[in-house]
Write a protein that binds this ligand. Structure first.
Ligand code: 1CP
Length: 341
């Protein structure tokens, strides 16, 4: 039994469960120490290291879930992308996808071949965590993965992505079909390896308006949820930022719960979604990095709002920032744990 899993399935417990997006990462000195010796990709691709980094925040804080240390971009390597994480620049893909011919060249190896290192890391983490703390697996959504593949770097204003969408729809749709398969197979494989929940990250979706979302993205995202729910019996969360204007459309996804960023209140998000569904969020990560007195006030406000929606998983509205004091994370987790509904 797990408070986190029950809450995602719509069952309210004595308090909201809490985990934080990017809870493993540069704000932790023990992460930076390992990172000095290995690159980001080496850490992801070495199951023992990925397992260690996944567990680091759990050793410090009594979090209610762990998330496997990987990246939404690592499965693209097996498709043929030459991916690097460059210091100060973020991800760079040396051979971006710019044409139908580039799309045709993308391979679709099975997860056991493509991301065996992550599946092995999941088995190690699950062995360490046992029954008590569930592990979350994740994937980038087809749209956000397309943004990185096409732009070849942090997507910016999505100039080339939107150009392909409208100027070469055949290439766009062929790319989406491949990425739906990648995403579904990757998520199902993570559940089979022991993940008890899955999260789909569509971090760049907020750059689209509702009409282009409906035409170029929605059919594929619907398919991802439909297929994953058919094949894996674990709750699946959808997360994107800046998508308040797309909530009426996103509500049609067969997701167990929705992650909400800090730009909208939880009750307002629920009204826009228009259906009774558990929500996850939504403290502003920038606030968490500031003075504790204000963090406390803001966190209590999130808790109060969370009490008015069908079920609430406490989280940030986006990932933990590198300049966040670990002390604030400690106090935040304690604050949520002291809360009983
Ligand atoms: O040490 C370092 O320099 C690496 C920084 C880092 C980390 C810790 C990157 C590079 N990825 C990760 C791990 C990661 N990425 C996790 C692991 C688990 C955890 O949360 O503890 C997760 C869930 C992700 C997901 C991810 N990667 C997303 C979706 C969520 C989001 O933040 O919107 C995205 C967009 C990425 C791409 C990515 N990877 C790394 C960076 C710096 C970026 C963003 C670059 C950009 O601005 O486009």
């Amino acid at each position: 039994m797990s408070l986190f899993i029950d809450t995602l399935r719509g069952k309210r417990g004595p308090r909201p469960p809490v985990w934080l997006m990017r809870q493993a990462g540069r704000y932790l000195p023990e992460y930076r120490a390992l990172r000095e010796k290995s690159s980001m990709l080496e850490m992801v691709m070495t199951p023992e290291l990925a397992c260690e980094v996944t567990l680091q925040p759990l050793r410090r804080f009594p979090l209610d879930a762990a998330i496997i240390f990987a990246d939404i971009l690592t499965p693209l390597i097996g498709m043929g992308s030459r991916l690097e994480f460059k210091k100060g620049e973020g991800p760079v893909i040396e051979n971006p996808v710019r044409s139908a011919a580039d799309v045709a060249k993308l391979r679709l190896p099975a997860p056991a071949e493509n991301v065996q290192y992550t599946l092995d890391a999941i088995r190690l983490v699950v062995g360490e965590l046992g029954e008590k703390t569930p592990l979350i697996g994740f994937s980038g959504a087809p749209f956000t993965l397309s943004c990185y593949l096409i732009e070849g770097q942090s997507p910016g204003d999505l100039e080339r992505t939107k150009a392909m969408m409208v100027a070469d729809p055949a290439a766009w749709h062929a790319l989406q079909e491949k990425l739906v398969t990648l995403c579904v197979e990757y998520l199902v494989a993570q559940a089979e390896a022991g993940c008890r929940s899955l999260q789909v990250f569509d971090s760049w979706l907020g750059h689209l308006g509702p009409r282009e979302y409906e035409r170029f993205v929605e059919p594929y995202l619907v398919k991802v949820f439909h297929e994953v729910r058919k094949r894996a019996d674990v709750p699946v969360v959808f997360f994107a930022t800046g998508v308040t204007g797309l909530f009426p459309q996103l509500a049609r996804l067969d997701a167990h719960a929705f992650g909400v960023d800090w730009r909208v209140s939880l009750p307002q998000a629920l009204r826009l979604l228009g259906r009774e569904v558990p929500l996850q969020g939504n403290l502003d990560p920038q606030i968490l990095a500031g003075p504790w007195e204000y963090v406390e006030r803001a966190a209590r406000e999130v808790l109060a709002e969370g009490a008015s929606v069908p079920a609430h998983v406490f989280n940030l509205g986006h990932g933990v920032l590198p300049h966040t004091p670990p002390e604030n994370v400690q106090r935040l987790v304690d604050l949520v744990h002291r809360r009983s509904a």
